[in-house]
Ligand binder design. Sequence first.
Ligand code: PLP
Length: 405
Amino acid sequence: MASIKPSAHLADVRYEIRGALTRRSRDLEAAGLPIIKLNIGNPGRYGFETPAHLREAIARHLHDSEAYGHEQGLEQAREAIAAQQRARGARGVEVERIFVGNGVSELIDLSLRALLQPGDEVLLPSPDYPLWSAATILNGGKPRYYRCLAENQHLPDPDEIEALITPRTRALVLINPNNPTGAVYPRQLLERIVAVAARHRLLLLSDEIYDEILYDDTPFQPLAEIAGDLPCISFGGLSKVHRACGYRVGWLSLSGAPERSAEYRDALQLLAALRLCANVTAQWAVAPALESMPTINALTQPGGRLHQARSEVLKGVAASAYLDLAAPAGALYAFPHVRADRLEHFDDNVFALRLLEEESVLVVPGSSFNVPHSRHMRLTLLPPPEQLREVFTRIERVLERMSAE
Ligand code: PLP
């Protein structure tokens, strides 16, 4: 019998962070091999705990969580998000322009579904967080990639962005602080990018889920403040800064002059209503999370575990005969690459498979982030620092073997 064919819309959709390599790793683990997993930015899997006051808020409100809630999210949560955004200088933000979702993931899809006509183009960073490409394609759009090259500290070039714009371009996506590169965009650069969006009437979509995870006192500049009256969506959530990936809570805030995005806001509300509401239980954690200082700071300052992990990665790269890295300034990842002058013929997918099979270390190849012919790999900064030291010994062994062949 013929098997059931999946939708043709999925033909170009990929999510390799949980793809074939991860499945291979699960098989190896099931066969008894301990694998060091550096593939997913999931703090709870590495001993990082959600702050207790978030957990307690949910426990206190369990009995208030049994009915469907408002399609845009609990009023109390949306008020806290609106207050955070206004304090950051965002204009025109009211509770009716905030949407809470089952993670930022759901809202990335929703924001593009409410926007795109078939064939519309979306400007995306390369490398990107691959859900952005997938959601663009699944909603009938076409990704157009602007490059964020290692030799430019993974920062985008506003002139290159502008040169990619066509009459079909509708939106410009920024991921800041960036996954996978760890780049944090300076204010001046964001001002030039906002000017491009203003000239071409593009909707700005700023994925700021790592907004408080910063190293070396790097400042974070929210895009909404610079965007002013321009329609701009800022995304944030509990998964990373508050180490609560499993709660599945994210939000979007639509800023700018309300009359410039009124119909779009209504479209978002319709789509939100079609799925009824986000998980109510975990939304009780939003206001307590935003009303207290982010405890992640203790982890990213000198002596903190993420700071130590990042230092181990920088040391590992410095000691390597093959690797180079633009040091991450924020987020939970490093994106080193194999230097062409040290190892000319290099395939990141072959390398990652060998690292897994020969050395039991799981990383994500750079090409999984929509970079053609990537020489990169993405590692999370979440494992204990001493384990990262061991990882670099194993990476070096594989690269030695590859260069000797
Ligand atoms: N955006 C970026 C840049 C991410 O790295 C992630 C998860 O890794 C998400 C969005 C999705 O986060 P969540 O759905 O857990 O809120």
